[in-house]
Design a protein around this ligand. Structure first.
Ligand code: KG4
Ligand code: ZN
Length: 329
């Protein structure tokens, strides 16, 4: 069963063809990083206009590389939220058009759920119950997953998401955009630990990184930071220590079989290494290109939604603040 996935929620225009939810046949990503770098962050209107320019060529490339015709697809899966409204509208409009003309089922995908499903594209398959830490530009969510489509959010960010914290810290340190990869790179050259505050949010599985960002800003303001690599190293250490230790504590408490990592920040080398080293429970992490935004994860998620008969009508709207659909327990 082949699914075409389409992703335009933020600043990557992506399309992919996936077989049986687990095998990548083709995956194309047109990044807008260079376009937004001059502004130091994503400009929503610029993003949606660039999606308009890139979307047809990206879908055509994914279909051509997959060597399949439209009639061989089982459905079209497209991100409907969370994300930037204008960007989401480009992807959903084209997905509806293709589904209408080619008479294919349409599935609106939750972008956070898609990030989790990137883990089904690894060689080893996840086992339930599992715990997934989703760390992206807009989210830091600790999610317990009992089965396909069954989620309980144990904790989330109270202020800045992990990726947002990386991006803001990089701006404070003058390391450029996008901040996550810039800090990841700079941190490898850092050796001296600078004292920064840990917000443990004791008694909860929630996260808070805005105090850490402010502490870093105050040190820069007072000219107390002499070496940017040491600052990047120290900032990354605090974020990773908190993410890893809370994830492992929740995984042990809920006796899960597997710990998953996903979202753009899951590309961070220290986070990947420390979680694998410290967790007594087996850890699965997608390869870095499947951690940041892509359409392969959207198509993988679409396959499992189709198995559960979850499809959408042509009146489907985008939902910029879409949440994970939680089970009641
Ligand atoms: O999942 P994603 O591509 O888009 C959203 O859904 O938000 O995540 C983007 C975030 C950005 O904040 C970016 O700085 C961060 O992921 N990121 C990283 C790394 N690569 C991307 N953060 C830390 N280390 C990295 N290597
Ligand atoms: Zn994302």
């Amino acid at each position: 069963m082949k699914v075409l996935g389409i992703e335009t929620s933020c600043d990557e225009t992506a399309a992919a063809v996936i077989e049986d939810g687990v095998k990548i046949i083709s995956s194309e990503i047109a990044s807008q990083i260079e376009l937004h770098a001059r502004y130091g962050g994503i400009v929503p209107e610029v993003a949606s206009r660039q999606h308009m320019v890139s979307i047809i060529p990206v879908i055509s490339k994914a279909m051509n590389k997959a060597h399949i015709g439209w009639h061989e697809l089982s459905c079209i899966a497209v991100t409907r939220g969370p994300g930037l409204a204008g960007s989401l509208l480009v992807g959903t409009s084209i997905a509806k058009s293709i589904a209408a003309v080619k008479q294919l089922p349409l599935i609106g995908i939750n972008h956070l759920e898609a990030h989790i499903y990137a883990n089904w594209l690894s060689n080893q398959k996840p086992e339930f119950p599992l715990l997934c830490l989703i760390v992206s530009g807009g989210h830091s969510d600790l999610v317990l997953m009992q089965d396909h489509g069954k989620y309980t959010v144990l904790g989330r960010t109270r202020d800045d998401a992990a990726g947002e914290a990386f991006d803001k810290a990089a701006r404070i340190l003058g390391l450029g955009y996008p901040g996550g990869p810039a800090i990841d790179r700079a941190a490898t050259k850092g050796t001296v630990s600078i004292d920064l505050p840990y917000a443990w949010m004791k008694g909860t599985y929630d996260f808070s990184f805005s105090g850490l960002k402010t502490a870093l800003f105050r040190l820069v303001e007072k000219d107390k930071i002499k070496n940017m690599a040491d600052a990047a190293f120290s900032f990354q250490r605090v974020v990773v220590d908190i993410l890893v230790s809370k994830t492992i504590a929740a995984a042990k408490l809920h006796r899960v079989k597997q710990v998953l990592l996903s979202g753009g920040v899951a590309a961070n080398r220290r986070l990947r290494q420390q979680l694998k080293e410290d967790s007594p429970i087996p850890v699965l992490i997608p390869e870095p290109v499947l951690c940041t935004d892509n359409a392969a994860m959207v198509a993988a998620c679409g396959y499992f939604c189709l198995q559960a008969n979850t499809t959408h009508g042509f009146d489907m709207d985008v939902v910029p603040n879409l949440k994970l659909n939680q089970v009641n327990n």
